[in-house]
Design a protein around this ligand. Sequence first.
Ligand code: NAD
Ligand code: UDP
Length: 312
Amino acid sequence: MKRVLITGAAGFLGSHLCDKFIKEGYHVIGMDNLLTGSLSNIEHLFPLKQFEYYHCDVSKFVHVPGELDYILHFASPASPIDYLKMPIQTLKVGSLGTHNLLGLAKAKSARILVASTSEVYGDPLVHPQTEEYWGNVNPIGPRGVYDEAKRFQEAITMAYHTFHGLETRIVRIFNTYGPRMRVNDGRALPAFFSQAIRNEDITVFGDGSQTRSFCYVSDLVEGIYRLLLSDYHLPVNIGNPVEITIKEIAEEVLRYVPGSTSKIIHVDLPKDDPKKRRPDITKAKELLNWEPNIDRQAGLDVTFEYFKEVLS
Ligand code: NAD
Ligand code: UDP
């Protein structure tokens, strides 16, 4: 049985990755420090003998007994309000945490995949974003703590590949949504669904003309799984290229709750909020034979049911 370590296991994406690898027949070691995650996301795995959980801050030191075939480094605050509240932890987990996990991968001769982000493109001047684009990031702006940590993560991962011959994979993840997102993590979909269900004002930042491209979580997980097992070490965008304005998605969410008395209001746009974002997924299509197959309606249906249940 192959053994995989997943950091950030108690978070949104990490917990879905744990489920995927268990389903594919792996022994999964989940690791987290519960900074933004919750054990409720993985407690259904605790009875399984193929699953272990280690409580650990990966920015300090990482120790795992026994062999490892694969490491997926997903630990990091990921929503803007989280990384604005925890700038130092965010910088540390992307830099020191990544260094610790690369060292572990080297010691165990394991292949490592690191979770990078569309934020490495910053407020992009190229649209849609291809992997060749170097980005437009403000290093000292409020989002810089996340963006630059992830850019450093990519740089040190490439250095371990080049200088130590480590098998590395880099996934650039675009906005992903689905069950197990934290209701109050401040990201657009949890915010809009919880506001609509609670009859609160729906807070569209700015005029809402900024765009995002939302990928359903099961599609993302499949893309990551294929990338890990591929032989490609350069960054690959994984995301859904269907682009929508934030105002439009707020209206779509509101239609899920017909009796809601919520109204869309406009509040200040956060500094450096990217104006446009859409992945070019040509590489993922060609190299991994991957493209998303859950359309927004289907993904939002499941996500709405989840938030309704959590908030009931
Ligand atoms: P999340 O906040 O739900 O999960 C992150 C997990 O990491 C949490 O369980 C948290 O407790 C844990 N963690 C944070 N710091 C840690 C540390 N020092 N040691 C151990 N555990 C730690 O976020 P998510 O949306 O699941 O994101 C997971 C990863 O994917 C992150 O690296 C994020 O940057 C990346 N990503 C996510 C998205 C997205 O749309 N969700 C987009 C781009 C990139
Ligand atoms: N947004 C919004 N209202 C909210 C939360 C987010 O209008 O309550 C906007 C935000 O300004 C951004 C987009 O929705 O333009 C996506 O934000 P999110 O935090 O989900 O992810 P980002 O892509 O900015 O990391």
